[in-house]
Design a protein around this ligand. Sequence first.
Ligand SMILES: C[S@@+](CC[C@H](N)C(=O)[O-])C[C@H]1O[C@@H](n2cnc3c(N)ncnc32)[C@H](O)[C@@H]1O
Length: 218
Amino acid sequence: MPDIDLLRALPRPKRNVQARSTAKTEEHVRISRQYSAEYFDGSRDYGYGGYRYDGRWVPVARDIIRHFGLKPGDRVLDVGCAKGFLVKDLLAVCPGLEVFGIDVSRYALMHCEPEAIGRLHIGSADDLPFPDGSFAAVLSINSLHNLPRPRLIKALQEMQRLAPGRGFVQVDSYRTPEQKAIFESWVLTAEYHDYPAGWIALFEEAGYTGDYYWTIIE
Ligand SMILES: C[S@@+](CC[C@H](N)C(=O)[O-])C[C@H]1O[C@@H](n2cnc3c(N)ncnc32)[C@H](O)[C@@H]1O
């Protein structure tokens, strides 16, 4: 079943379109796409408005481990790992699991959880510096939509190369024109987004055979 909500244990996202103090501008988009301090820990107008560990990924880590049947000694990669919250929780839930992350943000890696130190690499999703078939599972949550379409296809192919059929991707989507309009007024970083059917066609075009789910603002 490729379509699976592995983030169902998370509290409902607080992406309230009212939460920004001013209307989005090109400058907000430009700064947020730098994935620096402003995006993670600056004002809500540039992104998270404070990206802090609160343990919410622990039950998600449990569901991921169960879904992929992961065991100590298996290697797992989180693409777009940010400060390593999921890396930390996968390590805690399954001691002995070899968990790693990769992200383009030097700021996030420099402010990572202590448990993730040494496990996080700097790099881009479309050029993963690991051998073919070297991971038992590769995850990418709310990150791949930040690449433009051709690089997004390459990123999906990279996930497939590292763990054929053993991926999980969650990306921005919408099911109705109303949801699409809300998303477009809210979005800062995403370079590509689509309805689920469009995403599934893109996964097929890339040859990606792993699992997936959608982040939808409601
Ligand atoms: C919305 S955050 C998601 C972080 C984390 N996965 C989570 O769900 O909390 C998007 C992340 O994608 C990262 N990112 C953006 N472009 C990227 C790229 N080309 N390769 C890898 N990571 C990227 C950002 O630095 C940021 O950490």
